[in-house]
Write a protein that binds this ligand. Structure first.
Ligand SMILES: Nc1ncnc2c1ncn2[C@@H]1O[C@H](COP(=O)(O)OP(=O)(O)OP(=O)(O)O)[C@@H](O)[C@H]1O
Length: 787
């Protein structure tokens, strides 16, 4: 048996021990449950609660282990004796530094004994004597697994990543952090297997779902993940530096650290639904479900989902902060609908009393004074209407005696105010207004122009009004930008109090807490309840914003309303921003975060793109965001990007002609080159057309090959593929003022191969490299992290 097999066998033994221990815990849990059922009446409430908690914990482990995880156990560190020998609650030594006598001289060599071996996994398991069999990856004792480097190894001599599936150990990969030592474990020399787990992880084929990185989190990432949840943690870093991955792992870490605090929920805001579905598997794999909501910007408001896109020019108007003022006026102006009644007539004291349009307008103006939510002003409007009617009636001024006057007035209010015709008038003249009503009213160019006077120039009014014509009364045709407007309107309009209806008792409520120890169906019911609770939630304990560089001012306001009391983690890369006015967005972000203190981190290593692809992308980065420091690509594949061209006389001919064949052929070639996914990235305006070339199987995914996806340039944000085909780069760069940064995003999506197909605007040189990707000839940039 060779060394590798022996090491695998040893790890297998340990994993078997862990599963045996878990089986014991499961037996205990089952016993406790049976016991709980038979002795419901016995015991103090405290004891019962404790037992329930034990049952619940055991059941949770059971459920997770049985079917949730591959690679349950993924790491091991072999440590020197610690400085003080103190042990933490997980049974592991707490000291990070080695004891003074941990290393000794023997025959001129430096020799040390391994004093402690810790296995790291997705959750912690102790044996019957409280010795740790597995340490939870988020526990302080696990930090050295991620933090130790050859420069600062601390107590770590060897770090091992264990690859397993289900209950079988498949392989091990070691890093030796103290190569200068002769380390002995139980008297035998410590073997070192393989050449690094990180590279193995990075080279793996990609699927349509992001996977967690717990086995290979790097030191600078770990610092962010474990940063204390101070007010605001900001993380920047170039493409592929793991910002999204780090943000998700941080959510899991925060929950582990302080579950009670974050029971208020963690919200992860993602720019697109594609990125949500790409990332949403990561947290369940880390054992966190229910507490974390990952929502796309277009789905942040309950009851509506964005299903339309705004082109960039429209988006820029709708996203800008000035829209808040336009909406404020529109919400009030909408009461003056063309069909609103222009006259109010009632009969009082045997005479007809009438308010004409001018009088009604005066009442309305008076009622609308101030900034209170429009829908909450209806009672005030009603009162003012009755005042005006009273004044116009023959009764006004007839009662010199104040008490009599008050009595007559009360009777008047009672009579008129409850009259069917008056109520019907009120409903028509001051209806309850929904955000959607206002938004749809803004599709009327003339009305919108009135509301936007001196705020938006006419051209912008036209753009917005026209784009809103697609919005249906049911809320179809909304874009992510419209959703931010709706949310703003919700605040401006307010919700009138609804009559309270008692909730019907739901038998499933009884299952809360036991969800994971009973059946699959029960667990699903628990998850459903969590989702329902989630749906009602508007304020979160922690808000994580992914791709923060793209939030518009209006979107910052929307997200801000969900985290008024929250702590924040904000990750983004200004060099990838598709928003044209970063300063305006930054100002709104500052307003949302207020005076909260901020801590910033920069991630500097690109784990996604091989150096060959990163170099090409960096040509664009230098033009699009010269100030941004490029991340350092961590690996090379030896394969340069491929450049090809289709020649055609003009733009229209190009998109209609043989280009379809060329795109299909290049995509096919990439499918042959890589085992995993292929993304075809095209200008936003060509998305439908190109998807059609691949006999669309829905959502841009093709029927022919599940591995291939067609994406508009803005949809590619945050995603990654084994290989990408970027079509017509100059057109992508020309789509908006932020286009060059969007092109930078498009070029940084591939983990292995990149092909660029030039279009008519690309002016490729003899080598096929399109003009936007030809280096300007200046020297290479200093990579991030270099001083
Ligand atoms: N420590 C790591 N170990 C293994 N894989 C990693 C590690 N860090 C990042 N990755 C991988 O690198 C890729 C890029 O990560 P991620 O998408 O989080 O980067 P990003 O900074 O958000 O990128 P972008 O700004 O381009 O959206 C992912 O496949 C991720 O799993």
């Amino acid at each position: 048996m060779d060394v590798r097999d022996r090491e695998i066998r040893d790890e297998q033994r340990h994993l078997d021990t862990v599963y045996r221990r878990l089986a014991e815990k499961i037996d205990e849990a089952e016993y406790l449950m049976a016991d709980a059922a038979s002795r419901v009446q016995i015991g103090t409430p405290g004891a019962l609660a404790e037992r329930d908690a034990q049952v619940f914990t055991a059941g949770r482990h059971l459920a997770r282990l049985n079917n949730e995880f591959e690679d349950f156990l993924f790491g091991r560190i072999d440590l020197l004796a610690g400085k003080d020998g103190t042990r933490g609650p997980d049974g592991a030594q707490t000291s990070v530094e080695p004891a003074d006598d941990a290393v000794r001289e023997e025959d001129g060599a430096r020799v040390a004994d391994i004093a402690e071996t810790l296995h790291i996994g997705r959750l912690g398991v102790l044996d019957a004597d409280y010795v740790p069999l597995v340490i939870d990856w988020r526990a302080p004792a696990a930090a050295p697994f991620y933090r130790a480097t050859p420069v600062a190894p601390g107590r770590v001599v060897r770090r091992r990543v264990i690859r397993s599936r289900g209950r079988r150990v498949l392989g091990v990969e070691d890093d030796l952090l103290r190569p200068e030592l002769r380390a002995l474990c139980d008297g035998a020399e410590l073997p070192v297997i393989g050449d690094g787990a990180l590279m193995a992880a990075l080279g793996r084929a990609r699927g349509h779902r992001m996977t967690d990185i717990v086995a290979s989190i790097q030191a600078e990432q770990d610092e962010v993940i474990r940063a204390p949840a101070g007010s605001v943690t900001e993380v920047t870093g170039g493409p592929g530096t793991g910002k999204t991955a780090v943000a998700l792992h941080r959510a899991a870490y925060l929950l582990y650290q302080n579950r009670r605090k974050y029971a208020g929920g963690i919200l992860v805001v993602s720019p697109t639904p594609l990125l949500v579905s790409y990332t949403e598997g990561v947290l369940p794999a880390l054992g966190e479900e229910g507490q974390v909501a990952i929502r796309a910007l277009g789905s942040l408001v309950d009851g509506v989902t964005a299903d339309a896109y705004d082109d960039q020019a429209v988006a820029h108007v709708k996203g800008s902060a000035v829209m808040a003022r336009v909406l404020h006026r529109a919400a009030r102006g909408v009461l003056q609908a063309p069909g609103a009644p222009k006259q109010l007539r009632v009969v009082a004291f045997g005479r007809r009393v009438e308010l004409d349009k001018a009088a009604l307008d005066r009442v309305r103006q008076q009622a609308l004074g101030g900034t209170a939510p429009v829908n909450l002003l209806r009672p005030r409007a009603r009162r003012l209407l009755l005042d005006a009617l009273w004044e116009a009636s023959p009764a006004a001024g007839r009662y010199p005696d104040a008490a009599l006057a008050a009595e007559a007035r009360e009777a008047f209010n009672e009579d008129i105010g409850t009259e069917e015709s008056f109520l019907a008038f009120l409903d028509a003249w001051w209806p309850e207004i929904t955000p959607l009503t206002v938004l749809r009213a803004m599709a009327d160019e003339r009305r919108l122009a009135r509301w936007a006077r001196r705020l938006l120039p006419h051209g912008r009014v036209q753009l917005v009004a026209r784009s809103l014509r697609r919005v249906t009364p049911e809320g179809g045709g909304l874009s992510a930008h419209d959703v931010a407007l709706l949310d703003e309107l919700r605040g401006i309009l307010g919700t009138p109090p609804k009559p309270v209806r008692p909730r019907e008792a739901d038998p499933l409520d009884q299952l809360t807490g036991l969800a994971e120890v009973t059946t699959y169906a029960d667990r699903m019911a628990g998850a459903r309840q969590a989702r329902e609770r989630e749906a009602e939630r508007v304020d979160y304990a922690h808000v994580i914003v992914d791709e923060a560089q793209d939030l518009t001012p209006m979107q910052w306001r929307m997200v801000g309303r969900r985290g008024r009391q929250a702590t924040w983690t904000i990750v983004g890369d200004p060099a990838q921003s598709s928003w044209y006015a970063p300063e305006e967005a930054a100002a709104e972000k500052d307003a949302v975060l207020g005076g909260r203190s901020r801590r910033t981190f920069e991630l500097t290593v690109n784990y996604r793109n091989p150096a060959e692809i990163a170099r090409v992308a960096d040509v664009v980065r230098r033009r699009a965001a010269a100030d941004a420091r490029p991340p350092r690509a961590v690996r090379e594949t030896g394969v340069e990007p491929r450049f090809t061209t289709v020649l055609a006389p003009g733009e229209d001919a190009w998109w209609a002609g043989e280009t379809a064949d060329a795109v299909r052929a290049e995509a096919g070639r990439l499918l042959g080159d890589v085992p995993g996914t292929v993304g075809v990235i095209v200008p936003m305006a060509r998305r439908e057309l190109v998807a059609g070339w691949f006999a669309d199987g829905g959502g841009g995914r093709t029927e022919g090959d599940e591995r291939l996806v067609v994406l508009g340039s803005l949809e590619a944000k945050g995603l990654e593929y084994d290989a990408t085909l970027v079509v017509a780069p100059a057109e992508i760069a020309g789509e908006s003022p932020a286009g060059p940064r969007v092109l930078y995003v498009a070029l940084t999506r591939a983990t292995q191969r990149l092909t660029v197909l030039s279009g008519p605007a690309d002016r490729p040189g003899a080598d096929g490299v399109p003009a936007p990707l030809v280096p300007a000839g200046d020297g290479p940039p200093a990579p991030a992290g270099a001083s």
